[in-house]
Design a protein around this ligand. Sequence first.
Ligand SMILES: [Zn+2]
Length: 486
Amino acid sequence: MSGYRVVIGGMSHETNTFSTVKTTLEDFRPIYGDEIVETLKGTRSGIGGYFDVLEREGFEYLPTIKAGATPAGPLRNEDYWEIVEEIKAGIRGAGKIDGVLLALHGAMIAEDVPEAEGTLLREVKALVGETPVIITLDLHGLISKMMVEHCDAIYGYDTNPHVDMYERGVEAAEAMVRTVRGEIRPVVAHRKLRMVPPTINQRTAEGPMVKLLETARRMEGQPGVLNVCLFPAFPYADVDRVGSAVVAVTDDDPGLAQRLCDELGEQMWGLREEFLKPLTPIVEAVKTAMDAPEGPIILADVADNPGGGAPGDGTEILRELLKQGAENVGVACIKDPEAVAKAIEVGVRGTLSMDIGGKTDKHHGKPLRVKGTVRTITDGRFIHKAMAVGVPADVGRTAVIDVQGIEIILTERSHAPNDPEVYRRNGVEPTDKKILVLKSRGHFRAAYEPFSRAVFEVDAPGLTTPNLEWFTYRNIPRPIWPFDKI
Ligand SMILES: [Zn+2]
């Protein structure tokens, strides 16, 4: 062993301030200490990347807490501070340490702490002083001055769908190793932009992000540049730090870092209109999918994406499918604990007649009366085979009901079905379906696009609609695009 010691922590939540669902510590299902190693070592998660690098380099790692929840409304204050205190206690209890690696999201908001990550970093820095603090962030993170001021380097995901969590974890940990050994002295700069693009066209395989990432990669080829990353960011947060940003990390050259941010920021601003994209109306999407000669045709319910803080119980697309008489359809998922309990009560092959979905709020369609047969019942646990490969998932007890040839996965918890495992675990083979409804904005593409014939982003109502005019913002800086002329 090198004798070097690094504390590890993870806190991630993408907070949708328009959601009425409060997020509590229970939703985070936090894991602690050795349990983090047991759960994440060997997985394609960011923390999995930390472990692999530190172990290879003979560094000792000291995991504190790893807490991540499905996006929803702001986190309760006391729960937020409990996570912060747990990380601080881990640092205090670790004795002499050489660095802190934190896997964060970047768009987390607690009831009275709009700067959840910035505040955590400030508290950590106050404890560790000059000791390096390096973080990984989601591409949807809301970068702030406070975050940048209280850490030594930032590594954001370069892909969307986020299939590079592990690689960015590896990069961050390698930067930590080199910093601790005195080989580099990272400095980080950022540039915030007066733009709030919807998430619909922030993919990295097409659209404006392709050009921006090209520039970032070219910049990373310059001497002294350690990392350049883009944060088109998450728009469903009514806070001051909303908006896109770019970040650059250099080896002890703050001037260069700032120049890179300014240049890349200018390019991003110039491309802002390209982030907008039209959606397909519900009736047209259903009809086109039914008329298609071959499936699976994906109907993405982008506005009811639990991955962005919507409840995942919207009924409007399903209502239209039933109305037009679609068959051989899979719907993933509708969160409805009451319906799951009823399905379990009547059992497999039993029938139930009840209202499903539309129960969380008034923004995702009314509850839908269905009569169906229960096909399967499971505990809703599976291991990810796409994106964070190897990481366990738990969507709560789950039942599949068949309503007129439409198989609906009912879950106890909100879940964005980005991994087809949620179908297979529940006895539905997604490749056999003519139509698949996915409550997801875009992360599903990594695993579903290879076997689907077409994708329609459907204009149903919901808390993650790309139609940002639908929301009333009160706390964001003005003027800001696309709401104001600048
Ligand atoms: Zn993201």
